[in-house]
Design a protein around this ligand. Structure first.
Ligand code: FAD
Length: 470
């Protein structure tokens, strides 16, 4: 069988690239090892985690109603874990079956097989699905490599116990353990800590670095740290190493080495979320000209081209940030390149969102990046305590800040912490992408009373015209 364009991997990078290439008139085949399209994002990442986080948010809000708002339900909420899991699985089923329909409508062929390169224009297909062509081989003119990433699990933690989970295991939500340790204070660890703590587990978070969410500006992280500390009843161990793990009497015994905790403690379950590694092994890349860097990512240029003229790479396998919307955007670039367009990807304003409570979102340059680059910036911060809507919602811990080029007055970065920050950041992404100056934001009328006004208000501080209580 010959395919003009083959996409290896059917995650948000791969299926987006395939659909867009088909829309450009190309004849496209997706090779995906799993029975369903969707990749990490739909099957064991973004979507299941957000379905569970929503349940956690509802539980927290009910608790707050009792404490702060004078609305008392007679009993604490009861959790039916099978229904919670079932709803999450239904969301995944709906979305993945939709993808099958979208592929069919575009005449995109889907082969369910594990693919690897025999050479730069031939792929070996392994599996037992009837979609695999006779001979188990596929030749192609171009391939878009979109094999994504998998959780990193160091040998010391890989002790062969199902009580030690990665993010995939945690999202299966087999039960709500009485005690749970989360190893890693990045966004996946903190999102899963939020889910399990609100479902009723006693959660401990341990992080090797001196702070949580190392990549974000710390003024954004501060309100979240307060919440996480209260949710985990202070069991957040920073600057602490997990030395070893062993299964003892149906528990996992963990050794800590750090200033707050030095010694052993037992947990019912442990989630290891210390990062992800790109999937490049077993792909036969050595049979092509594709190059891999020292961190294991496929090296490609701004048009997603690798060192092999037949192969492009996108998504998690092609480098940081490992985010679904970055994978999708690179998929768009790759599809357009194959359609003969002269396009490239400028990674400047990729938004990052942590879907904890409160949410944290940022885009463009951060204050810490500006400092590291020795770049002079103006920073305007609007505290949500001054927002009428935030006061009404009881979410006054938040803040919105713009990072501004003092010469051009252009907005070059934005950071938000607070309820719905992930939705609010989209306006900032557009502003940064469009090269807006601060007055473009302040001249645009924002609806009142909304949290979106905090973007306008933070800009007004730049001109000294912000209202204190709005
Ligand atoms: P993937 O989604 O990993 O897809 C790769 C596909 O390739 C897989 O389906 C795999 O089966 C297939 N494949 C691999 N090797 C082969 C082979 N040899 N043959 C055939 N098929 C193969 N990102 C966000 O933007 N927002 C979020 O809120 C978010 N939350 C997340 C929460 C969790 C718990 C996790 C784990 C991740 C989250 N992410 C989030 C990250 C996001 O899921 C990834 O960035 C995204 O899925 C990457 O897309 P991709 O297409 O590059 O790869």
């Amino acid at each position: 069988m010959h395919a003009p364009v083959v996409v290896l991997g059917g995650g948000p990078g791969g299926y987006a690239a395939a659909f867009l290439a088909a829309d450009e008139g190309l004849d496209v085949t997706i090779v995906e090892a799993e029975p369903r399209l969707g990749g990490t994002c739909l099957l064991r990442g973004c979507i299941p985690s957000k379905a569970l986080l929503h349940v956690a948010k509802v539980i927290k809000e009910v608790d707050e109603l009792r404490e702060d708002w004078g609305v008392v339900y007679d009993e604490k909420p009861k959790i039916d874990i099978d229904v919670v899991r079932g709803r999450k699985d239904k969301v995944i089923d709906t979305l993945t079956s939709g993808l099958g329909g979208l592929a069919k409508r575009r005449n995109v062929t889907v082969i369910r097989a594990r693919g690897s390169f025999i050479d730069s224009n031939t792929m070996k297909l392994e599996g037992d699905d009837e979609s695999i062509p006779e001979g188990g081989q596929l030749t192609f003119d171009h391939c878009i490599l979109a094999t994504g990433s998998v959780p990193a699990m160091p040998g010391a933690f890989n002790i062969g116990s199902d009580r030690v989970m990665d993010s995939t295991g945690a999202l299966e939500l087999k039960d709500v353990p009485e005690t749970m340790l989360i190893v890693g204070g990045g966004y996946i660890g903190l999102e899963m800590a939020t889910v399990y703590a609100h479902l009723g587990s006693k959660v401990t978070v341990v992080e090797l670095a001196e702070r949580l969410l190392a990549g974000a500006d710390q003024d954004l992280v501060k309100p979240l740290v307060k919440q996480i500390n209260s949710m985990c009843e202070g069991r957040v161990l920073l600057h602490t190493k997990v030395g070893s793990m062993a299964e003892v009497d149906d528990k996992i015994e963990v050794t800590f080495e750090g200033p707050q905790h030095f010694g052993n403690e037992r947990f019912d379950r442990v989630l290891v979320s210390i990062g992800r590694r790109p999937v490049t092994q077993g792909l036969g890349l050595e049979n092509t000209k594709v190059e891999v860097n020292e961190r294991g990512f496929v090296v490609c240029d701004r048009s997603q081209r690798t060192a092999d003229p037949s192969i492009l790479a996108i998504g998690d396998v092609a480098g940081d940030p490992m985010l679904a919307h970055k994978a999708t955007h690179e998929g768009r670039v790759a599809a357009e390149v194959l359609a003969g367009k002269n396009v490239a990807f400028d990674k400047f304003a990729i938004p990052a969102v942590v879907f904890t409570d409160p949410e944290i979102a940022w885009a463009g340059i951060t204050v810490e990046e500006a400092k590291a680059q020795g770049r002079k910036v103006d920073v305007e911060v609007y505290p949500w305590a001054a927002s009428g809507r935030a006061q009404a919602l009881g979410t006054t811990d938040g803040l919105t800040k713009w990072i501004i080029d003092p010469e051009t007055h252009r907005v070059i970065g934005c950071g938000i912490v607070g309820s719905g920050a992930g939705e609010l950041i989209a306006e900032a992404v557009l502003a940064i992408e469009m090269g807006c100056e601060v007055h473009d934001i302040t001249d645009a009328i924002h609806p009142h009373p909304t949290l979106s006004e905090t973007l306008m208000n933070a800009g007004e501080i730049h001109f000294g015209t912000a209202t204190e209580i709005y």
